[in-house]
Design a protein around this ligand. Structure first.
Ligand code: ADP
Length: 258
């Protein structure tokens, strides 16, 4: 048993001869908001996708609320695989490229998985969808088609779709990177609401300002490894390793220091 809400133990992942994750371990408490930063190709996405087993690691274990989400060593029966799928469904995932169904209108995007996967009745699913769409500021768009939404609206819809499944952990992979700068704030304000509600979140981001304001911890990765982690203040203002110093210098955030 573990007292941690989420526990990543010794995760390894290679693609051909590239080591994307090299012995990554991380403990996350309930309600913690963790931002993952690091240069392109350092393994941030792979780590996030390993947490819900979307990309199963070659070695290592993931535990959620004391339950094994996946272990590369286990051979599963169908029943065990089903139980694991239920566990993985508790983790909502939001991608850089807004993951919405183009053939369904806004309301249906948030209703459909509730009815099909969570087996909720339509009325219940609709009322939940309307409530969540209101929370992400899309009430006026419920009848709209995704193609007619801005990038920021699409991303808020993707977040709403995820939230409708009652996740206990949200995994967000560069949720604002594909957005025009003027649309970033509206998505960050939805994320801020989730922070305020106490949602446990792992967020891959380049938004260091947001991370420093709302993160409990920042994890800096390089070369598939966690190089440094700690409170934003410490990571951004007093980096210990040359690798983190260089990364921050490249991002030109010297103004945050001192
Ligand atoms: P980041 O999110 O930090 O940019 P990734 O986790 O996407 O990094 O990638 C880590 C490394 O693994 C990179 O070298 C990338 O090219 C490689 N990689 C990631 N996914 C795949 C894949 N499906 N097939 C082959 N190589 C991959």
């Amino acid at each position: 048993m573990t007292s941690n809400f989420l526990e990543l133990k010794g995760l390894y992942k290679t693609f051909d001869n590239i080591t994307a994750l090299n012995n990554v371990s991380l403990n996350v408490s309930k309600g913690e908001v963790i931002f993952i930063i690091g240069p392109s190709g350092c393994g941030k996405s792979t780590l996030l996708r390993a947490v819900n087993w979307l990309t199963p690691p070659d070695k290592g274990e993931v535990w959620l609320e004391g339950n094994l989400v996946g272990s590369s060593s286990s051979k599963l029966t169908i029943k065990e695989a089903k139980l694991l799928n239920n566990l993985r469904a508790k983790m909502g995932m939001v991608f850089q490229q807004f993951n919405v169904w183009p053939h369904l209108n806004v309301l249906e995007n948030v209703v459909r998985a509730q009815v099909v996967v969570a087996k909720r009745n339509r009325k219940e699913a609709e009322s939940k969808a309307l409530k969540i769409l209101d929370e992400v500021g899309l009430t006026e768009k419920v009848d709209e088609w995704p193609d007619n939404l801005s990038g920021g609206q699409k991303q808020r819809l993707a977040i709403a779709r995820s939230l409708a499944m009652d996740p206990i952990l949200m995994l967000l992979d560069e949720p604002t990177s594909a957005l025009d700068p003027e649309l970033v704030a509206e998505v960050l304000s939805v994320l801020k609401r989730l922070v305020d509600k106490g949602m446990t979140m792992l967020v891959v981001t380049h938004e260091l300002g947001f991370a420093s304001k709302f993160g409990d911890r920042i994890v800096f990765m390089d070369g598939g490894e966690i190089i440094e982690e700690g409170p934003p203040e410490k990571i951004l203002r007093t980096p210990k390793t040359d690798r983190l110093k260089q990364f921050l210098e490249k991002l030109n955030i010297t103004s945050l220091k001192g």
